[in-house]
Design a protein around this ligand. Sequence first.
Ligand code: FAD
Length: 416
Amino acid sequence: MRYNALRILREGLTGNAGWKPAWRDPAPRPEYDIVIIGGGGHGLATAYYLAREYGLRNIAVLEKGWVGSGNVGRNTTIIRSNYMLPGNEPFYELSLKLWEGLEQDFNYNAMVSQRSILNLFHSDAQRDAFVRRANAMMLAGADAELADAEQLRSELPFLDFDNARFPIRGGLFQRRGGTVRHDAVAWGYARGADRNGVDIIQNCEVTGFDIDAGKCRGVETTRGPIRARKVAVCVAGSSGRVMAKAGMRLPIESHVLQAFVTEGLKPVLPGVITFGAGHFYVSQSDKGGLVFGGDIDGYNSYAQRGNLPVVEDVAEGGMAIMPMIGRARLLRSWGGIMDMSMDGSPFIDKTHVEGLYFNGGWCYGGFKATPASGYCYAHLLATDRPHPVATELRLDRFGRGHLIDEKGVGNQPNLH
Ligand SMILES: Cc1cc2nc3c(=O)[nH]c(=O)nc-3n(C[C@H](O)[C@H](O)[C@H](O)COP(=O)(O)OP(=O)(O)OC[C@H]3O[C@@H](n4cnc5c(N)ncnc54)[C@H](O)[C@@H]3O)c2cc1C
């Protein structure tokens, strides 16, 4: 069923009795061409592009919980392509371009809102670094715009420009950045994949791999064994645990990241704003809540909830740039498990086991990557060659010394 204005009108006049479930609930079959483990944004996007771009339909997505139960439904919804390094920027710019056409593409309202992102800077040295980043972005075809403090004062008068410790000197805008309704992305890709014949199997946890003589022939699941020619792991925060079942140790640690939402307020924030002297980012949802977050909890964990010291730290960051936030009441908070890689950049690669592929290491920036991640992973699975914008996202880059360390902080995952 395609969604369109006429359909909404007809359903509205006939008691909404004609809507069908957005995707089927099939039982797992004994064998598929490709089994994707993880029904998050990346797994579902991979299935969607495999079907749509390569005409492959004998595909199952196995999800241990329900579609949208992982990070795809827990993030702070920010999309952008303001990266600097050649291994990253073209990939994230492709993602932003895919976001721009996504809703028409999969016929679903994901509320893609290019309301802009602004990274504040607080010193001359930081401004120079942002100028360099802006130039790198423009070289890769992205948009970037530098603003001085005077421009920001007129656009965002509520910011604390003269904070004694962190005076705001200006900022780097990416006007095409913004937000997308996160769970609608999972639903849209799930519906699109299902319409192309993909089986989305929820409540089906992968508990092991069938690996024989260096070749992966399928998976063990809580709903029985499933054979497959190719197995594509795509489980974000559970990457370490799942790949351990295949005998692999990854350059990834799992940490909790928390998100916070205030009560609904009148429109006040035009776009996404990030603090340059601490870790704090904020936007306003269409319902009016201020949606914000900051650093990950500083220790490894697979819990989907965080702890109070980070709540205090995030609140301090918010107060430092936007004191008015102190008067808003916090409505809810939650946590998700981040697959923090050692250089802060992701992987989309084959493994040394034939037929076993890996997608992960998204840290806390994988939501914006969802379309390109699915697109490039589908390319790798279908052709056995990396997509041209994902050639650097390899598992062996640490052995080769070719890190993609966007922040330049070294192999300390909790700092990326
Ligand atoms: C609080 C928070 C804020 C964030 N903010 C942003 C942001 O603003 N912008 C941004 O770009 N990124 C952000 N992120 C990061 C982003 O959400 C993730 O990087 C991205 O969603 C990960 O990809 P995914 O959607 O496929 O993950 P998930 O939705 O977590 O999908 C993985 C799926 O695998 C399933 N799974 C795990 N183990 C198994 C198994 N054994 N068998 C079957 N299924 C299994 C899980 O149940 C899960 O559904 C944020 C994350 C959090 C938690």
